[in-house]
Design a protein around this ligand. Structure first.
Ligand SMILES: Nc1ncnc2c1ncn2[C@@H]1O[C@H](COP(=O)(O)OP(=O)(O)OP(=O)(O)O)[C@@H](O)[C@H]1O
Ligand SMILES: [Mg+2]
Length: 462
């Protein structure tokens, strides 16, 4: 599968108490590494409609670490190299999205993708060479009832709305007014996560005691500077825990929770429409603007980002229709093509430093040319300087490919003794042994400028 495609990973969770009580049986089978099938009880539909291939398929026995390694780590590594990356979890309510993305923070086994990502990022940053510098910033926000809300602003000031805008074609989506927090340790990120979680909208429903009523987006911006090469890049990582789709009858939502459910379902419907438009060759319009969620994820779906979609689903017949719908959604999303590229950039200081470096190189080259010309004059020949340069290049290539240290030493001795005559060397090879061409690795004391010999006697400056 092309690296450009959105990667889709499927995770089936274990049956929960409600499903077991309702008498549901398991109707989903996972055939690792890629296949998931929904087995129908007395179904005339063909098995083809119910068998799905993903980039990876995980059964109920999968661990949080496995999910992180396959679904998130490659994306996180790309972000550290300057790509944009997104990992998002999609599935019906109670299917395991929050469990996969966050998990149980203080349990090393059950920690989800976000805490594992934090650990991994700081491991990489800590092990980086001295000339590589990283600056990390975190933002956390939610899309609740079609409003984008910063989850890290002080509670006393209320939670302000954030405006979404586009910085000119190809420059990506910008969230105006969203706070960014510089972080230097995993603990600092974790403190922000806790603050964000406290501000997030959740509710108790029949389907999930901690149902997410908003889409939560964790954003890590990584500025990487290579101070030796004067290169820098900016990668943005979105880790997204979507609110789950739900059947209102099943979830028992009413009042505000019902209004929330309607908005959640509407934005997920738009997400489906965007995916359909992106994968339908005849479609000319992609309705990103129909919901805040798809607008924010515009770069992640069909744009400049490496994206992994994790679809989570229940194995029970109690949720069979929802599971089938999730698997079809994932199958379709797998055909989306993105165009990820490194976000390279130079600051004014870096451009100045690059210019200074280039000027130094030019000055050194000018000095070398002068030296060459002096040498050519001293050799008193008539060949043009360009020919001398070609000769030097040929001699260097010869030495790189065909001469070992011992042979070179013999030649040096021969040159020192008699100018290289009778050593079988060509004129340009003897020239190469003269300063300033003699490689630094040779013992320059043993060398001296060779007397002009018959075949090297005709150089001249240009
Ligand atoms: N793979 C899994 N292994 C063990 N337990 C799981 C797994 N997936 C989910 N659970 C458990 O199922 C319950 C519901 O999961 P979770 O809250 O992650 O669902 P959700 O998809 O985020 O739902 P919602 O859309 O309502 O927020 C939780 O108690 C969670 O611990
Ligand atoms: Mg959730």
């Amino acid at each position: 599968m092309s690296d450009r495609n959105v990667r889709v990973i499927c995770r089936i969770r274990p049956m929960n108490e409600k499903e077991l009580k309702s008498g549901g049986r398991c109707c989903v089978s996972v055939a690792p590494p890629q296949t998931v099938s929904v087995v129908a009880a007395n179904e005339r539909a063909s098995a083809d409609d119910r068998t799905f291939i993903f980039d990876r398929a995980f059964s109920e026995n999968s661990t949080q670490q496995e999910l992180f390694e396959v679904a998130a780590k490659p994306v996180v590594d790309s972000v550290l190299e300057g790509f944009n990356g997104t990992v998002f979890a999609y599935g019906q309510t109670s299917s395991g999205k929050t469990h996969t993305m966050e998990g149980v923070a203080d349990d090393t086994e059950l920690r989800g993708i976000i805490p594992r990502m934090v650990q991994h990022v700081f491991d990489v940053v800590g092990a980086a060479d001295k000339h590589i510098q990283y600056t990390l910033k975190v933002s956390i926000f939610e899309i609740y009832m079609e409003k984008v809300r910063d989850l890290l602003t002080a509670a006393t000031s209320g939670i302000p709305d954030i405006r979404i805008s586009e910085e000119g074609k190809g420059k990506g989506i910008v969230l105006k007014g969203l706070s960014e927090h510089a972080v230097a340790t995993g603990e600092e990120v974790w403190a922000l996560m806790v603050r964000g979680r406290e501000n997030r909208s959740v509710a108790v429903t029949n389907m999930n005691a901690h149902s997410s009523r908003s889409h939560m987006l964790f954003c890590l911006t990584v500025h990487k500077r290579d101070i030796r090469e004067f290169k820098s890049s900016v990668g943005k990582l979105y880790l997204v825990d979507l609110a789950g789709s739900e059947r209102v009858q099943k979830s028992g939502a009413e009042g505000t929770t019902l209004d929330e459910a309607k908005k959640i379902n509407l934005s997920l419907l738009t997400l489906g429409n965007v995916i359909n438009a992106l994968t339908d060759a005849s479609s000319r319009h992609v309705p990103y603007r129909d919901s805040k969620l798809t607008r924010v994820l515009q770069d992640s779906l069909g744009g400049n980002a490496k994206t992994t979609l994790i679809i989570t689903a229940s194995p029970s017949t109690y949720n069979e229709a929802e599971t089938l719908s999730t698997l079809r959604f994932g199958q379709r999303a797998r055909a989306i093509k993105n165009d990820a590229r490194v976000n390279q950039e130079y600051t004014v200081e870096e451009l100045k430093a690059l210019l200074a470096k280039a000027e130094k190189t030019i000055a050194r080259q000018a000095r070398e040319i002068e030296e060459l010309e002096r040498l050519v004059k001293r050799l008193g020949g008539t060949k043009r300087l360009s020919q001398v340069r070609d000769a030097v290049a040929m001699a260097t290539a010869d030495s790189d490919t065909s001469e070992d240290g011992a042979t070179k030493a013999t030649r040096h001795a021969a040159v020192a003794a008699g100018g290289g005559k009778g050593t079988g060397m060509r004129w340009y090879q003897r020239l190469w042994l003269c300063p300033p061409f003699a490689p630094l690795s040779t013992k320059r004391d043993e060398l001296r400028v060779v007397p002009v010999t018959s075949d090297a006697s005709s150089y001249t400056a240009e």
